[in-house]
Design a protein around this ligand. Structure first.
Ligand code: G3P
Ligand code: MG
Length: 366
């Protein structure tokens, strides 16, 4: 069964990312046949890649990230992108990322922090949408199916004194929509707030209102409606050499102010990595994609979760039973303390090394 010279040449030609990495000789030695040609068995493993700090740093794509995806694409090994980022529609993000990473990415292999909010559409009709640039997230929410989406922009346009320190330009305020009279049913934080002061005031106003009615206040300062945060990251990695505060930091401020103002703990639902809800959602997407794109049946035995943030990617991957690989191209730095739940299976330099490690692991397991 062992590899013929043809096979080696075929793999070296088809797998520039593997050639010279020792994986080929290991594969040959082990007689592994998961490198897919028409006749080979479907790989029973797949990959979930984090984005910020793994494939890109802010607007800058990472070379090893590109190579890693290309290598898997050539092997016909399934992968999805699982990010706590967001703020744009899935179509807009995959178009942007496909260009940056020079590879075709489908929305059907892409999960961003707020994608699972789709499942809340039937629960709420009037929602406050928070975060993102201008009112982009309103359009994302409407695309998901939410009927009545208002933003702080609309609320400030209707009554400036609600937050006199707002940063909206005249142009922004012209984009504002008239507010309907009915009460809000829920608050959905889609992405990082661009004006923490304004959004926090509006959020706490609604949370302490009479049944979600803006401009009212309930006498016991009880929480009047549910609030969802789509991303728990305190820190994330962009172009700057030090990690930046993320949506989790904003939530911490909202919680503290709600507590100081009402004396009560804020009851909120948080999705995104590391939470089970998002990993279950991502697993479903990966299974569907694997079948749709490659026609692979059979149960997935292993999913390699490649991330830069121990608190979200690794805790989440470990908690969901995936094989967690931590890279050094983002938030995590050597010497950072990792508590047990955030300890990855392995730490590597970058996404390409992570893929190499996974392939070697598959060879060992065959
Ligand atoms: O806001 C995005 C950030 O929190 C992390 O994104 O891709 O590293 O999960 P990502
Ligand atoms: Mg990341």
């Amino acid at each position: 069964m062992i590899y013929t010279a043809f096979r080696t040449a075929y793999l070296q030609r088809r797998l520039p990312c593997v050639a010279g990495s020792g994986v080929l000789s290991a594969a040959k030695a082990a007689g592994t046949r998961f490198m897919t040609t028409e006749t080979d068995v479907a790989p029973n493993f797949a990959f979930a890649f984090d984005i910020d700090g793994v494939l890109v740093r802010g607007a800058k794509p990472l070379a090893e990230g590109k190579k890693a995806l290309k290598c898997l694409q050539e092997h016909k090994i399934p992968w999805v992108l699982l990010t706590n980022g967001g703020g744009k529609s899935e179509v807009a993000r995959v178009t942007d990322l496909s260009e940056k990473l020079e590879i075709d990415i489908s929305t059907r292999q892409f999960i961003q922090s707020h994608t699972p909010f789709r499942r809340l559409v039937d629960n709420y009709s009037k929602v406050l949408v928070v975060g993102g640039d201008a009112d982009t997230c309103r359009y994302v929410a409407e695309e998901y199916g939410f009927k009545n989406c208002a933003m702080s922009l609309d609320i400030i346009a209707a009554q400036r004194s609600i937050w006199p320190f707002h940063r909206f330009s005249t142009e922004d305020l012209q984009q504002a929509r008239a507010l309907s009279e009915d009460a809000f049913d829920a608050i959905l934080v889609f992405n990082d707030s661009r004006d923490w002061g304004c959004d926090t005031q509006v959020i706490v106003d609604l949370l302490t209102s009479e049944g979600g009615k803006l401009g009212t206040k309930n006498s016991n300062l009880e929480q009047a409606l549910p609030i969802y945060f789509s991303n728990n990251d305190l820190l994330w990695a962009n172009e700057y050499h030090l990690p930046r505060f993320g949506q989790g930091a904003f939530r911490t401020c909202v919680e503290k102010l709600f507590k100081d103002y009402t004396g009560r703990d804020l009851q909120s639902t948080i999705i995104g990595k590391p939470y089970l809800f998002t990993y279950e959602y991502a697993h479903g997407v990966l299974n569907d994609w694997r079948q749709e794109k490659f026609g692979y049946e059979g149960k997935l035995q292993r999913v390699y979760m490649i991330g830069d943030n121990p608190a979200s990617d690794i805790v989440g991957g470990n908690g969901y039973g995936w094989y967690s690989i931590l890279v050094r191209t983002g938030v995590f730095k050597d010497g950072d303390q990792l508590h047990a739940a955030a300890k990855p299976k392995v730490i590597v330099d970058n996404a390409l090394e992570a893929v190499m490690h996974a392939i070697q692991n598959e060879i060992k397991l065959k």
